[in-house]
Design a binder for this molecule. Structure first.
Ligand SMILES: NC(=O)c1ccc[n+]([C@@H]2O[C@H](COP(=O)([O-])OP(=O)(O)OC[C@H]3O[C@@H](n4cnc5c(N)ncnc54)[C@H](OP(=O)(O)O)[C@@H]3O)[C@@H](O)[C@H]2O)c1
Length: 398
């Protein structure tokens, strides 16, 4: 059996390092063809030495020079910037591309991999939020298979195997509720950055951790599910499940619910994507059903999590709305992580930008055609950029 060749985009992040941990456990099954990072060059340097990829991409030419000076020849091809990332992702030497970049920055490379017919392990949900319709259409055209690595979507994917789409009643996306699920609304004004970064169940990168605290993450996942599974938003229901054991469910028309369960460990859904249709005997703690005790499910307290409502509204509007929402969210979360705004400002800023978006849309401003119609990946990126810039201006008071 030949080893599956992997390109890992965002190899220095949480998804990337979990992926490489699986490769480390199964060296005969996987071979790393390419790696990418943005700025953590010390970390990718170590990964290059361990996994010996043929190609690498880093965020800037300066970073590329830093690496070149430290790697003995024969060294891997070292690319940089957006063009380098597209070239890396397009390489047809890879059997599977792990899309583990965070944010809209991952869209062009993921799309390039799909254009080149590569199979994808998709963690970068913002890609589907910005351009889900275009991505699914391109994947259909090139034959690229998209395996969801996001634990909820992976659970749905598994729960759909062997079933007909027409028999789906509902998709139920479980949500841990993040660190503030039990915090009363009156106490939200006292939330600190450290508390928001302290997720009760998952260890993840900082952006998605804040998205989980605001529950924007669940909103982005609803949009992701809408396109991945070609299902209307009205048939996707978020439910609070504090233990993060049931990773999501599909309810069928006959009243059956099919779920995928497991400990909250991202290596499980990533391993599914890497090995499909095989299963990997992963190392690590195993779930014991007899010791689980009670599992809890509850309605989402929408009044505490306005970001989730904003995302559902954007999902229903379709067109440019999800991309604008994403840009505004990324700008607001970055400002929050920089200590520039309060936790509750994130939703307030996004809400203001979405109001401005609806006004602009009604005006059919010829300067911003992408706000009315998303026809290309560039349109989606422009809409994201519009939301991001308006949010940034609002942050700096310009
Ligand atoms: N972490 C999870 O458990 C989890 C679960 C489900 C879904 N996801 C999704 O997976 C994606 C990655 O999340 P993460 O938690 O792994 O994020 P992360 O830990 O912050 O890692 C992000 C990766 O993307 C790279 N990157 C950042 N900005 C970039 C840019 N402008 N251009 C190119 N590369 C860039 C980073 O490089 P540097 O290290 O050099 O900055 C890093 O390798 C997100 O879309 C997230 O929503 C994550």
């Amino acid at each position: 059996m030949t080893a599956k060749r992997l390109t890992v985009l965002g190899s220095t992040g949480s998804i990337g390092t979990n992926t490489l941990d699986i490769v480390r456990q199964f060296p005969d099954k996987f071979q790393v063809t390419a790696l990418s990072c943005h700025n953590r060059i010390q970390k990718i340097h170590e990964q290059i030495e361990e996994f010996q990829p043929q190609s690498v991409c880093v965020g800037s030419e300066e970073n590329a020079q830093w690496l070149k000076a430290r790697l003995p020849s024969p060294r891997p091809e070292i690319l940089s910037g957006t063009e380098g990332l597209i070239q890396l992702a397009s390489n047809r030497n890879a059997d599977l591309v792990v899309a583990g970049i965070v944010g809209a920055a991952g869209l062009r490379s993921t799309y390039a991999a799909i254009e080149n017919g590569r199979n994808i392990a998709l963690a970068n949900k913002e890609t589907m939020v910005l351009a889900g319709e275009l991505i699914m259409a391109k994947a259909k055209q090139t034959g690229s298979l998209i395996f969801p690595a996001d634990s909820e979507h992976n659970a749905i994917y598994q729960s759909l195997i062997g079933h007909q789409r027409s028999d789906i009643e509902k998709i139920i996306l479980t949500a841990s509720g993040g660190p503030f699920r039990d915090t009363p609304l009156e106490a939200f004004q006292d939330i600190t950055l450290d508390e928001a970064l302290n997720h009760p169940n998952w260890e993840m990168g900082s952006k998605i951790t804040i998205d989980s605290a605001t529950m924007m993450n669940k909103g982005l996942e609803i949009i992701e599910a809408r396109w991945l599974f070609d299902i209307p938003v009205s048939q996707i229901e978020p439910v609070i499940h504090r233990e993060s054991i049931v990773h999501s469910l599909v309810e069928y028309t006959d009243g059956s619910f099919i779920a995928q369960m497991g400990l909250p460990d991202m290596r499980t859904p990533i391993a599914f994507c890497l090995a499909y249709p095989d299963r990997l005997p992963l190392e690590g703690p195993k779930m014991k059903m007899s010791e689980l005790g009670k599992l809890h499910f509850a309605p989402v307290p929408f009044e505490k999590f306005p970001c989730l409502s904003l995302a559902i509204t954007a999902a229903n509007l379709e067109g440019a709305a999800p991309a604008v929402l994403n840009g505004a969210n990324e700008a607001a979360v970055a400002a929050y992580l920089d200590g520039k705004i309060h936790f509750m400002d994130i939703a307030r800023i996004i809400s203001e930008i979405m109001e401005q978006f609806e006004l602009k849309k009604m005006q059919h401003d010829e300067q911003f055609p992408f706000l009315n119609k998303i026809e290309t990946i560039e349109d989606a990126l422009d809409a994201d950029q519009w939301g991001r810039q308006i949010a940034q201006s609002s942050l700096t008071g310009e």
